[in-house]
Unconditional design. Structure first.
Length: 61
């Protein structure tokens, strides 16, 4: 076995850890400033829950 550890990403909306098998989750840069990487789980995407960029306060669905 490998000694490497994997840190699961956290959803920018609900702050839950996103499992590698969460089909439909996404990771993208803020469409407004491009400075922050937003991560969204499949649940928050399908429910269109808003996220807010901590750098520029952009809100997206």
């Amino acid at each position: 076995m490998s000694d490497k550890t994997y840190t699961m990403p956290t959803c920018s909306c609900c702050f839950k850890k996103i499992a590698p098998d969460d089909v439909g989750s996404v990771k993208f840069r803020c469409p407004s400033c491009g400075d922050v990487v937003q991560v969204r789980c499949s649940f928050c995407r399908t429910k269109e829950i808003n996220y807010t960029c901590p750098a520029c306060s952009f809100m997206g669905p």
